[in-house]
Write a protein that binds this ligand. Structure first.
Ligand code: GA4
Length: 318
């Protein structure tokens, strides 16, 4: 009887795979710009191939990241400077969210840890994904037929761009965790949420676990692909397109046997950037769905919320 209940639960918690994931080939920019816009409208999510980020760099950084996470707990705890930068385990954000993971969060371009190799690889990796981010944001503008084509990418190429680099490690999750009161098959690594930024650029190893929520409310699993990058539309891009693009709700579940490593670069505008729908995109007579705010105001609000909260709802007009 107990077995039967467990199996039912497992099935319930293992959604189907997202087989229709839009795959964008960046070596064909003319097709890519239109396909990106369609993917952002349909799902707020897509994957890019032929992205130009060297695979040796990606795998060396992954190895270095694992060297960090393989250190003893007391060694890792030395890298817990005051919130929000540095090493942390289980705690997510300042308001009581937890997950089955440990992570490094870098809110500046200082990637110092115990290893100089890690620091220089992280710097090089972030430069490469920043370039990729600018390219994607330019393609978005071109696909939307708005000018100049730097209207979005300029926020990232700006020296004051507010970016975050996050390295997550989801260790294999045993059947029961005394702290979390869940079974392995449905233990949450990172609870459901949308990302507050403009876009997020994610790469992970060969372990599955990422799930996204489709516009019809169905959760689907994203098959892992360690050679590609997964791009999320975030809250700011939803606002700047006046709701044409959807900020994708996503979460990560753990694996019983394999550990999962992901590296995510969050692209945020300069703190004082005013966020409102792009004038050049609005149809005559179209009303903004949101009150104007600065990224600083949105970010401050974000850190007062829980992970699953609908932060954009605080900025809806009326
Ligand atoms: C979600 C996206 C990024 O990982 C992040 C997260 C941040 C954090 O881990 O400190 C937040 C979360 C994220 C949104 C709501 C707040 C802040 C945890 C949390 C509960 C780094 C970010 O920018 O927002």
């Amino acid at each position: 009887m107990v077995m039967l209940l467990q199996n039912q639960n497992q099935n319930q918690n293992k959604p189907p795979n997202f087989t229709a994931i839009p795959v964008i080939d960046l070596s064909h920019p003319d097709d890519a710009k239109n396909l990106i816009v369609k993917a952002c409208q349909d799902y707020g999510f897509f994957k890019v191939v032929n992205h130009g980020v060297p695979l040796w760099l990606v795998s060396q950084l992954e190895n270095q990241t694992m060297e960090f996470f393989n250190m003893s707990q007391s060694e890792k705890n030395k890298y817990c400077p005051p919130y929000p930068t540095g090493y942390a385990t289980k705690t997510i954000g300042p308001n009581g969210d937890v997950g089955w993971l440990e992570y490094l969060l870098f809110t500046s371009n200082d990637f110092s840890t115990n290893s100089k190799t890690f620091t220089s690889l992280a710097k090089e990796y972030v430069e490469a994904v920043k370039k990729l981010g600018c390219e994607i944001l330019e393609l978005v503008a071109e696909g939307l037929k708005i000018e100049p084509k730097s209207v979005l990418s300029r926020m990232l190429s700006d020296d004051k761009a507010d970016t975050i680099f996050r390295l997550n490690h989801y260790p294999p999750c045993p059947d029961t965790d005394p702290d979390m009161d869940h079974r392995a098959t449905n233990t949450i690594g990172f609870g459901e949420h949308t990302d507050p930024h403009l876009i997020s650029i994610a790469r992970s190893n060969t372990t599955s676990g990422l799930q996204i929520c489709l516009p019809n409310g169905t959760w689907v699993g994203v098959p892992p692909d360690h050679t590609s990058f997964f791009i999320n539309v975030d809250d700011m891009l939803q606002v700047m397109t006046n709701g044409r693009f959807k900020s994708v709700k996503h979460r990560v579940v753990t694996d019983k046997l394999k550990s999962r490593v992901s590296m995510i670069y969050f692209v945020g505008p300069p703190l004082m950037e005013k966020i409102a729908p792009l004038g050049s995109l609005m149809e005559p007579g179209e009303e903004s769905m949101y009150d104007e705010f600065t990224w600083f105001e949105y970010k401050s609000c974000t850190y007062k919320t829980r992970l699953a909260d609908d932060r954009l709802s605080f900025f809806h007009k009326g």
